[in-house]
Design a binder for this molecule. Structure first.
Ligand SMILES: *Cc1c(COP(=O)(O)O)cnc(C)c1O
Length: 408
C-alpha cells in the first residue's frame, strides 16, 4: 500500500458523506446534475486570509496570484479579501477586469508579454513587472503612443533561490526577470523617462513548507532590494517580496509554521535600512490562499480487479487534475490526499488504485492507496484541488471537456 497525502484539517462528514460549504458532497453533485465537479469553499479561503493577516506584520500587503485559480466567482470574492492581484497574461487581465477588480491594484508579470498585452495593461493603468530591457523599451514606446504615464516595476532575477521550494524561479540563468546586476541601470532609465516608478518584484520560488527557509529568503530579498535601491540612489516606493508559501500535498508534508514566518519578517521590518523606510511591501500567494479550499469530486463508474489489484474507475481524471496525476512538474509520482467521499472516515478495507476515464496509463488519481471498499456510484474526492486544477489541466484531451466549478 502506498501512503496518501494528508487531508487538510477541518473537513467533516454528515452520515459518512464529506461536507463542504455546509452541504454533503452528494447534494452538490445532485444540484450540479453532473460529475466531475470542483467545489471551492469560500469560508476556507476567508479563514486562510484571516490566518495570514494575523500572523504577518500589518505593513505587509497581501496579493492574490490569479494563475492559481482564475475562476471568476472566486476572483470576485478575492476583491474584498486581498490588497492586490498579480496576473500573468492578457487573458488574466480580461478575467480580473470582468470580475470587477480595480485595475490600479493589478500588476502583470510574465516573460513574453506581447505588444497587444502590454498595450491593454498600460491603457488600464496596470503595473508592469518588466522582465527584460527589451520589454521595458517596448512598454515605454507603447505608453508614449497611448499618451499614458506607465506604471513600471522591475522583476529582479535574484542571485539566490528559495531552499526546498518545489519550483525554483530565481538564482542563476532564468527566463524570468532581469539579472540583479543589470537592474540599477534600467531603473535609472525608467525613472528618467518620467514613468511612474513602482519598484521591484523579487520572486525566488514557490511551494516551500519550511518556515526557516521562507524567512531566510525574505531576508535575502530585503537585503537585495536595499542594495539595489542604494545603487539607484532613489527611495524604493514598492517591493513585491514574492511568495513561496506552500501547502502539504504529499505523505510526510507538514504545514508552514506561519507564526515563525510572520515573527521573522516583523523583526526585519523593525530594522529596515533608510532606503526602505517608506517602501510598501507585499507578498503574492496563489496556492496558499486557495489550494486547500478546493476539492475535486468524481464518481466511480466501474470497479475492476486485474491480476489481483483493485481499480476504481472514475468519470474524472488528469484532464481536470493533471497535478494529482503526477504530470504537472513532479519528478516522482506521489499520491495527493484523496478519499472515498461517500464513505468519509470509514476504515481502510482494501488497497485500490483510483484512475480516470482516459485511455492512458498516466491517468491515475491515487496509486495503490488504502480505502474503504467502494462501489460503482460512490464519489471520490481529491483534496488540495483549489489551485492549479481546472485551469492547469488539458480539459479538451480525449474530447472530455471541462468540469463544473462551484464556489460554495
Ligand atoms: C505562479 C506564481 C505565483 C504563485 O505561486 P503559488 O505557488 O501558487 O503561490 C506568484 N508569483 C509569481 C511570479 C508566479 O509566477
Amino acid at each position: 500500500m502506498k501512503a496518501l497525502g494528508p487531508i487538510p484539517a477541518g473537513f467533516t462528514a454528515e452520515n459518512g458523506v464529506l461536507v463542504i460549504g455546509g452541504k454533503p458532497v452528494t447534494q452538490w453533485a445532485e444540484e450540479a446534475g453532473t460529475t466531475p465537479l470542483f467545489l471551492y469553499s469560500a469560508d476556507r479561503v476567508r479563514a486562510r486570509v484571516g490566518e495570514l493577516r494575523s500572523a504577518m506584520p500589518d505593513r505587509l500587503a497581501l496579493h492574490y496570484a490569479v494563475k492559481a485559480n482564475p475562476f471568476a466567482p472566486l476572483v470576485s470574492m478575492m476583491i474584498g479579501l486581498v490588497d492586490g492581484f498579480d496576473i500573468a497574461s492578457g487573458g488574466e487581465l480580461a478575467i480580473v477586469r470582468a470580475a470587477g477588480v480595480p485595475l490600479d491594484k493589478v500588476s502583470f508579470a510574465g516573460p513574453g508579454k506581447r505588444d497587444a498585452e502590454l498595450e491593454a495593461a498600460l491603457a488600464a493603468g496596470v503595473t508592469l513587472n518588466l522582465e527584460s530591457e527589451g520589454e521595458a523599451a517596448r512598454a515605454l514606446a507603447i505608453a508614449e503612443k497611448l499618451g499614458v504615464t506607465p506604471r513600471l516595476a522591475i522583476r529582479v532575477n535574484p542571485d539566490f533561490d528559495l531552499k526546498g521550494s518545489g519550483m525554483k524561479m530565481g538564482g542563476g540563468a532564468k527566463p524570468f526577470g532581469i539579472d540583479a546586476e543589470r537592474v540599477p541601470a534600467l531603473a535609472r532609465q525608467i525613472i528618467a523617462s518620467g514613468a511612474q516608478w513602482r519598484g521591484f518584484h523579487i520572486f525566488a520560488g514557490s511551494q516551500a513548507l519550511d518556515a526557516e527557509a521562507i524567512a531566510q529568503t525574505q531576508g535575502q530579498t530585503l537585503d537585495l532590494a536595499a542594495k539595489l535601491a542604494e545603487e539607484i540612489d532613489h527611495p524604493l516606493p514598492h517591493c513585491n517580496l514574492g511568495g513561496g508559501l506552500g501547502i502539504p500535498y504529499f505523505p510526510g508534508d507538514t504545514p508552514v509554521d506561519l507564526a515563525t514566518v510572520g515573527e521573522r519578517l516583523g523583526e526585519r521590518f523593525a530594522a529596515l535600512p533608510e532606503v526602505l523606510r517608506d517602501t510598501a511591501f507585499c507578498i503574492e500567494l496563489g496556492r496558499y490562499l486557495v489550494g486547500e479550499a478546493g476539492i475535486y469530486l468524481a464518481r466511480i463508474v466501474d470497479r475492476k480487479v486485474s491480476h489481483g489489484e483493485v481499480f476504481l474507475i472514475t468519470d474524472g481524471g488528469l484532464h481536470h487534475q493533471l497535478a494529482a496525476s503526477g504530470n504537472f512538474g513532479t519528478v516522482v509520482r506521489r499520491n495527493y490526499p484523496s478519499t472515498i467521499a461517500t464513505r468519509f472516515g470509514a476504515e481502510v478495507e482494501e488497497e485500490a488504485t483510483i484512475v480516470g476515464c482516459l485511455c492512458t496509463p498516466l491517468d491515475k488519481l491515487a496509486d495503490k492507496g488504502g480505502f474503504p471498499r467502494a462501489e460503482v456510484g460512490d464519489l471520490v474526492a481529491v483534496f488540495c484541488a483549489g489551485a492549479y486544477g481546472a485551469s492547469a489541466s488539458p480539459a479538451e484531451f480525449l474530447g472530455q471537456g471541462p468540469a463544473v466549478e462551484i464556489l460554495v
